[in-house]
Design a protein around this ligand. Structure first.
Ligand SMILES: Cc1cc2nc3c(=O)[nH]c(=O)nc-3n(C[C@H](O)[C@H](O)[C@H](O)COP(=O)(O)OP(=O)(O)OC[C@H]3O[C@@H](n4cnc5c(N)ncnc54)[C@H](O)[C@@H]3O)c2cc1C
Length: 409
């Protein structure tokens, strides 16, 4: 019998399993993929969220050795074509920069960090999870042989992404069932892109969604498009058509992507959304990452929150395992931690989604950031701030933003 079985070895699952294993718990980590495996994603890792979370685990330096190239400039283009550049000030520490690291590489690296403490089994698709007062039974199939397998544990952690089977089996609403945003991405070669710049195109028809161009070096870029929840009813084919159309006709894109070639396929779809009333735990079960619906609805960023929730679940799970109390009321502490740590920022983002649907407002903000250096600096400081959008909720946060603007005036 394992102490914990973690289903899904994406960022949320690897981090949670590693922390539980280091705590001395006997942990089994299962994934249907065989690593390195791909995952549809923009591949953008923010310094303020993802690297900070890695730093809390002592993994930031190792990541920077793996992937030292940061993108120091954000280019934002509005519906009217108005643009602004937000630049990190020189010598800002690594935690304020952004990184573009293919998930094939990042997820494999993160999984390698947990192998010393965790039993990892790849190529196992979990098909059923049963929970009763005696424990958890996880059934699955080895994909290479078709062999049926059964595992037992005291606790199960659902880190199995947007369509979480664990969430359904545990009677917790799967994140995908909630209204979600949608996104699609592809890798393109032959692109005319700057290696140090992340590009965002706020296109009129998809506001507050956007098209992104994230450079991966040597003319290769991760290019994708994300829609906010209220527009995500549009089918994937329309999203793909929209992406091709923008690349072929947008005045700032068409000349630079004339020779670009799609490598592989466009992939992606639903981004599960935060619902502050949804339960993330029950007796013997916790949900983390996309399975818990923790993607930022405004930016589409989910890796950082997946890692943070993995850390919170491991801390609460380990304590509950040690206390021998895996009841619903005990594990509810995890829900409270997630609400406290991530809730305010996710709610602010949801407010942003409602506000930023008006093209004139988006263009106005971009024009202001372009023409008024203090506004550009304020936005740069907000984007790089450790507390992110939460800075706007506290006096101390406003003071820090003011200092960032005033110090550089
Ligand atoms: C097109 C697109 C672009 C995005 N861009 C960004 C971005 O640039 N930056 C960012 O921060 N976020 C981005 N996101 C969101 C981000 O990809 C997710 O939030 C993040 O991957 C969540 O991590 P996770 O560990 O919770 O789940 P996942 O990364 O989805 O991992 C889940 C794992 O569970 C496994 N699994 C699932 N079901 C089973 C099963 N039944 N049995 C065994 N294993 C199973 C899967 O194989 C997978 O390895 C994007 C999403 C999309 C769709």
């Amino acid at each position: 019998m394992y102490d914990a079985i973690v289903v899904g070895a994406g960022p949320a699952g690897s981090v949670c399993a590693r922390q539980l294993g280091r705590d001395g718990q006997r942990v089994l980590l299962l994934d249907r993929g065989v690593f390195p495996r791909d995952k549809a994603c923009g591949d953008a890792l923010t310094g303020k969220k993802t690297l900070r979370a890695l730093q809390a685990m002592g993994l930031c330096e190792a990541f920077l050795e793996l992937h030292p190239a940061a993108s120091v400039e954000l280019l934002v283009v509005g519906p009217s074509g108005r643009r602004c550049r937000l630049v990190s000030t020189p010598n800002q520490e690594a935690l304020r920069e952004n990184y573009v690291c293919p998930r094939r590489i990042f997820d494999q690296w993160l999984l390698a960090q947990c192998r010393p403490w965790v039993e990892v089994r790849e190529g196992i698709a979990v098909t059923e999870v049963g929970i009763d007062e005696t424990g958890v039974t996880v059934s699955g199939r080895e994909l290479s042989s078709g062999r049926a397998l059964t595992f037992h544990s005291r606790l199960v952690v659902g880190a199995d992404g947007a369509s979480s089977l664990v969430a359904r089996a545990a009677g917790l609403r799967p994140a995908r069932a909630r209204a979600g945003a949608a996104a699609l991405r592809g890798y393109f070669s032959g692109c005319d892109v700057s290696a140090s710049q992340l590009e965002f195109y706020m296109l009129r028809d998809i506001l507050p969604g956007y098209l992104w161009v994230f450079p991966l070096g040597e003319g290769v870029a991760n290019i994708g498009i994300g829609l906010a929840p209220q527009r995500s009813g549009c089918p994937p084919e329309s999203l793909a058509k929209f992406l091709w159309n923008a690349l072929g006709t947008h005045p700032a894109l068409a000349p630079r992507f004339r020779h670009a070639r799609l490598e592989g396929r466009l992939e992606g779809w639903v981004l599960p959304q935060w619902n502050c009333r949804a339960r993330l735990s029950r007796d013997r079960a916790l949900l983390i990452g996309d399975a818990a619906g923790l993607v930022d609805p405004l930016t589409g960023e989910g890796i950082g929150n997946a890692i943070v929730s993995g850390q919170l679940a491991a801390a609460e799970g380990a304590e509950a395992l040690r206390a021998g109390d895996l009841s619903a009321s005990r594990l509810r502490r995890y829900d409270r931690q997630v609400h406290r740590r991530l809730g305010p920022e996710l709610q602010l983002a949801a407010l942003g989604v409602r506000l930023l649907q008006a093209p004139w407002l988006v263009d106005g903000l971009i024009a202001l950031a372009d023409s008024q250096p203090w506004m550009g600096r304020a936005l740069s400081a907000l984007i790089g701030a450790p507390e992110g959008k939460r800075e706007l909720l506290t006096v101390a946060g406003w003071r820090r933003l003011w200092r960032a603007v005033a110090l550089e005036t």
